[in-house]
Design a protein around this ligand. Structure first.
Ligand SMILES: Nc1ncnc2c1ncn2[C@@H]1O[C@H](COP(=O)(O)OP(=O)(O)OP(=O)(O)O)[C@@H](O)[C@H]1O
Ligand SMILES: [Mg+2]
Length: 264
C-alpha cells in the first residue's frame, strides 16, 4: 500500500487511515481487505464500476456501516469520535433525505452547524454567518428560502455541498457530486474542491467521469470490492489499471480520452 505522504503535512496525523477493512451486507461481501491512507491537503479520486463498493467505503468511513474486519481512524481517532468532532462532512450519492420534507435550503445548510450547537439548537450569529458564507460559495444565496424540494437536482447537490462547507470539516467525502450537474456547476464544484485542498482539507471523491481524475485528483484509488491500485494519479491512472478496474472494458468505451497518454 502506498501512503499519500507526499501530500501530507508530516506533523499531522493521517486524515483517513483505513486498514484492511471488510464490509458485508447480510453475508454478501461488498468490500474486502480495503486499505487507504490519506494525509491533509489532497484530493483523491475513487473510481470503480457500479457495485464496486465506492458508496460502501464512504458509509464505512462515516460509520453508517460497520466493517466486519479491519480498522478505520479519522484524524487519528475512531470514526465515532471523528463524527462527534464534526471532522467529516459527507455529500451522499442520493441526498439521503426525503426531499418532499418541508425544509428550506437555509435549514439544510444550518444542519451542518448542529454539531457545534447546544441541545436546543439555537443558531448564534457565527452559525448564521457560516451558513451565509457557505451559500455564497456555492452561489445559492438567492435560493436560500426555497424548500429543498423545489430545487433542481444540480442545485440540490450544491445545497448539500454548502452544508458540508458550513460544517468546516477537515475531511470531505463526496459520493458522485458531479452526477447530473451542468458544466457551470461542475466548474464551480471543481474550483471549490481545489480551494478546499489549498485550505488543507482532505477530499475523497467518487466519480464515473475519468477526466475528473486526470484534471484535479492528486491521488486515485481504483476499486473492485477491494483496492486494486492506489497512489499518485500520474503513476497509477494508467490504461492497464483502468481496464483491470472495469473488468477488461477498454477505456475508449468509457468517457474521456482514448490513449494511455490521456490518462497521465
Ligand atoms: N444496503 C444494502 N444491502 C445489501 N447489499 C447492498 C446494500 N448496499 C449496497 N449493497 C451491495 O453492495 C455492493 C456495493 O455497493 P455500492 O453501493 O457500495 O457500490 P458503488 O460502487 O457505490 O456503485 P455505484 O457506482 O452504482 O454507485 C453492490 O453489490 C450492492 O448491491
Ligand atoms: Mg455508489
Amino acid at each position: 500500500m502506498i501512503n499519500s505522504a507526499r501530500f501530507a503535512n508530516q506533523n499531522d496525523p493521517l486524515r483517513i487511515e483505513a486498514k484492511e477493512i471488510c464490509v458485508d451486507y447480510n453475508g454478501t461481501v461488498a468490500l474486502y481487505d480495503a486499505s487507504l491512507n490519506l494525509g491533509s491537503g489532497c484530493i483523491c479520486g475513487l473510481v470503480g464500476m457500479n457495485g464496486a463498493g465506492k458508496s460502501t467505503l464512504f458509509k464505512a468511513l462515516m460509520g453508517f456501516v460497520r466493517p466486519s474486519r479491519g480498522t478505520i481512524c479519522i484524524n487519528g481517532v475512531s470514526v465515532r469520535r471523528a463524527q462527534k468532532d464534526q471532522a467529516v462532512a459527507y455529500v451522499p450519492q442520493n441526498e439521503g433525505v426525503d426531499c418532499s420534507f418541508p425544509v428550506s435550503v437555509w435549514d439544510v445548510v444550518m444542519m451542518g452547524r448542529y454539531g457545534s450547537m447546544n441541545l436546543l439548537r439555537m443558531p448564534r450569529e457565527s452559525d448564521r454567518q457560516a451558513v451565509f458564507h457557505a451559500l455564497e460559495r456555492v452561489e445559492l444565496v438567492e435560493l436560500q428560502e426555497r424548500p429543498i424540494s423545489a430545487l433542481s437536482g444540480g442545485q440540490r447537490k450544491r445545497a448539500f455541498l454548502a452544508r458540508a462547507i458550513a460544517q468546516r470539516a477537515s475531511v470531505l467525502l463526496l459520493d458522485e457530486p458531479f452526477a447530473g450537474v451542468d458544466v457551470r456547476t461542475e466548474k464551480l464544484m471543481s474550483d471549490l474542491f481545489l480551494q478546499f485542498k489549498n485550505e488543507g482539507r482532505t477530499i475523497l471523491i467518487s466519480t464515473h467521469d475519468l477526466s475528473h481524475v486526470r484534471d484535479f485528483c492528486d491521488l486515485v484509488v481504483l476499486i473492485n470490492k477491494t483496492v486494486l491500485a492506489y497512489g499518485e494519479t500520474s503513476k497509477v491512472f494508467t490504461q492497464e489499471n483502468i481496464i483491470n478496474t472495469f473488468g477488461g472494458m477498454p477505456p475508449n468505451l468509457l468517457s474521456g480520452p482514448t490513449t494511455t497518454e490521456g490518462y497521465r
